[in-house]
Design a protein around this ligand. Structure first.
Ligand code: FE2
Ligand code: FE2
Length: 223
């Protein structure tokens, strides 16, 4: 079922949007962040019912959705959402995936994380291929302002917060042109893969924490 879900998404993105990269990435970013909303919805439900409180999981999944939101904003600034049919397809597919992943996460959370691991791997490979094909052209184009603010000039707390494989402030992308922006997006997708792998570990319920949590604990202990 997981492979079927990923396969449908990959088919739509690779075949239907073969020669239109920005609409293709717009659809990918619209649909591929929705599972993080599903995880958050179910975790909020568990917390509301008093069954489970894991604030780090909520923080990290929200930071992941925040990262994917910025990928989406970049694609919108590049004109990827210009056609009504693309917005229609992306949003309705996203709605379907939201409810499917809700069901999957309720009955088999590791399968839901494995699903996103595969989707993020696909996203990484798609951007990597695009970078190789379009390197020369992309280096002549300016970076969108939203990318400059998110990766370079703004508050980078949320940028660090989804990258659970490393301490905060380790990754600081260089953003001078559109090529740099796509490198940053591609590398983000691999950080999502690592976070999804961490979520599937047998001891994740004991070990998993947001990148800023140890720092916060140290600060609290020092006061
Ligand atoms: Fe993305
Ligand atoms: Fe992603």
């Amino acid at each position: 079922m997981i492979r079927l879900l990923v396969g449908i998404l990959v088919f739509v993105i690779n075949v239907v949007y073969r020669n239109r990269p920005y609409p293709r990435f717009y659809v990918l970013e619209t649909v591929a962040r929705v599972p993080y909303f599903s995880y958050l919805s179910v975790l909020h439900l568990y917390e509301t019912l008093g069954w489970w409180r894991k604030i780090d999981w909520l923080k990290v999944h929200f930071a992941e959705s925040w990262n994917e939101l910025h990928h989406l904003l970049i694609m919108e600034e590049l004109g990827g959402d210009g056609r009504w049919i693309d917005r229609f397809l992306a949003r309705h597919t996203a709605l379907l995936y939201y409810w499917i992943v809700i069901g999957l996460y309720l009955v088999a959370p590791n399968a839901a994380y494995n699903f996103m691991e595969l989707v993020e791997q696909h996203a990484y490979a798609s951007y990597d291929k695009f970078l190789i094909q379009e390197e020369t052209h992309l280096k002549t184009l300016p970076a969108p302002q939203v990318a400059i603010d998110y990766y370079r000039d703004g508050d980078l707390y949320m940028f660090d917060e989804f990258q659970t494989a490393q301490p905060p402030a380790q990754r600081r992308p260089e953003i001078n042109n559109l090529y740099d922006v796509f490198v940053a997006i591609r590398d983000d997708e691999m950080e999502h893969v690592k976070t999804m792998v961490a979520c599937q570990q047998p001891d994740a319920h004991l070990q998993f924490s947001s990148p800023h949590t140890p720092q916060l604990q140290t600060e609290v202990a020092g006061n």
